[in-house]
Design a protein around this ligand. Structure first.
Ligand SMILES: [Zn+2]
Length: 446
């Protein structure tokens, strides 16, 4: 089916901005971006749908390169005795309490509302890292069903294997990842899988060895690396190696591997990341919230490491995440020129699509012919000239700091949101059910 979205400003995600143009979608793919002149000579077949979105700004759907949908029901949760002094204590006192209390229905609902909120923020692709130690079997298929089928986004899923809850649960995690990877359907371009690992400090050598022996060659790991300083300290003390060296020893430093955070790597580890062409994902708001350190943005970009941006489960608004990335670099270096637009543009609009391409095997992140029709329509009236040269200023100093209003969203040509409403979901019903599940979860986690 053909769809024609007309009457919009279109930024292609790179260097082209069309005023008062149209996007022609054929099935799941963008067929053409039409100027007003070209549109006047185009005739939509009678079976096609014409969508008038006058005054909207169309941009490519965002990609969230590292998130945790399982944290969706944590918002507002009271935690008796919560007083962490270290990052490990944050995990022990908050996240590991929460993840242990999740049952299968809570996992499903977390994914559903997490994906809905992502859609509302213009995210069309998310890369999730899941944990529910007492509800592991089938959890990844449940996430795929909620994210890709019910909400309709693209998703890359994995289960974070960890030895922190004992050998049986670690084993279940391995089985869940391998089982999910084995169900990969080459025709399904909406979902894919990685092999999830929690972090070096909760994984013993035997487990990593088992992962290495069973992991298909083309599949990477998705792991937290040196998020807190104690991850490195423990690795050196226990294994006599830095974390990246340890992953390298097990053959896990792959071009399809995602290393989240990477805050405390030394220069040799960064060189090794670059050499192995592994991907790194920066999560500035989470890092600031956990007070774990400052990401060396320049260091990674200068070494040509494919460095993307994620929210680590702290919301899904990629523009405010990007803005925070800039503020963090400027504030921490006391340099107003730190994190220039070129670096920010690289993070979100060049590298995140490349991360997505490596995982999904398709081109993403542009409104251009041949690309998947993953498109966000924003309500935005620019008070100053808008062009391909000024767009980042508008996105950061306008939309990000004011209100991100997503009126329309398409993923693979499927309309997900129209006039700010989900087309195929009972939003009120789902949120009411989520509140019930959250109350139950909080009681169990207390
Ligand atoms: Zn994370």
């Amino acid at each position: 089916m053909k769809r024609l979205i007309e009457g919009i400003r279109i930024w292609d995600g790179a260097d082209r901005l069309v005023e008062d143009g149209a996007i022609l979608i054929d099935g799941d793919t963008i067929e053409a971006v039409l100027t007003r002149e070209a549109l006047s000579s185009y005739e939509l077949p009678p079976s096609g749908e014409r969508i008038d979105t006058s005054g909207k700004l169309a941009i490519p759907g965002f990609i969230n390169a590292h998130t945790h949908l399982y944290s969706s029901l944590a918002r507002g949760m009271a935690l008796p005795g919560y007083s962490p002094q270290t990052f490990t204590q944050i995990l022990e006192q908050l996240w590991w309490r929460l993840d242990k209390a999740l049952d299968a229905e809570m996992v499903r609902v977390s994914a559903l509302v997490g994906a809905m909120e992502a859609a509302r923020c213009g995210v069309t692709t998310l890369i999730d890292h899941h944990a529910s130690p007492h509800a592991i079997p089938g959890s990844l298929a449940s996430l795929r069903q909620a994210v890709c089928k019910e909400v309709g986004l693209r998703g890359a899923f994995c289960y974070e294997v960890s030895d922190r809850d004992g050998a049986k649960i670690s084993e279940q995690g391995i089985t869940e990842n391998l089982g999910f990877l084995a169900t990969k359907d080459s025709q399904d371009l909406l979902s894919t899988g990685l092999f999830g690992l929690h972090a070096s400090f909760t994984l013993c050598d035997d487990t990593l060895d088992k992962v290495a022996r069973n992991l298909p060659n083309d599949v990477g790991v998705h792991i937290h690396v040196a998020e807190g300083p104690e991850d490195e300290t423990q690795c050196v003390a226990e294994h006599g190696l830095r974390i990246v060296e340890r992953l390298e020893r097990f053959g896990l430093m792959r071009p399809t591997s995602i290393l989240a955070h990477c805050l405390h790597l030394n220069n040799e580890e960064k060189d090794l990341v670059a050499d192995r062409e592994a991907m790194v994902v920066h999560n500035p708001r989470s890092n600031m919230n956990n007070a774990v350190g400052t990401f060396d943005l320049n260091g990674f970009l200068n070494k040509d490491v494919l460095t993307g941006l994620g929210t680590d489960g702290l919301g899904a608004n990629m523009l405010s995440e990007l803005f925070t990335a800039a503020l963090l670099q400027k504030a921490s270096s006391r340099d107003p020129l730190a994190a220039p637009f070129s670096a920010l543009n690289t993070l979100l609009f060049r590298n995140n699509p490349l991360v997505g391409e490596r995982l999904f095997g398709i081109k993403l992140g542009r409104i251009a012919p041949g690309y998947p029709a993953d498109i966000v329509l924003l309500d935005y009236q620019p008070p100053t000239p808008l062009s391909a040269e000024t767009i980042l200023g508008h996105l950061l100093f306008g939309i990000s700091v004011h209100t991100l209003r997503v009126s329309g969203l398409f993923v693979a040509g499927r309309p997900i949101l129209r006039d700010g409403r989900f087309l195929d979901l009972d939003e009120e019903g789902i949120y009411a059910h989520a509140r019930e599940q959250a109350a139950k979860l909080w009681e169990r986690a207390a």
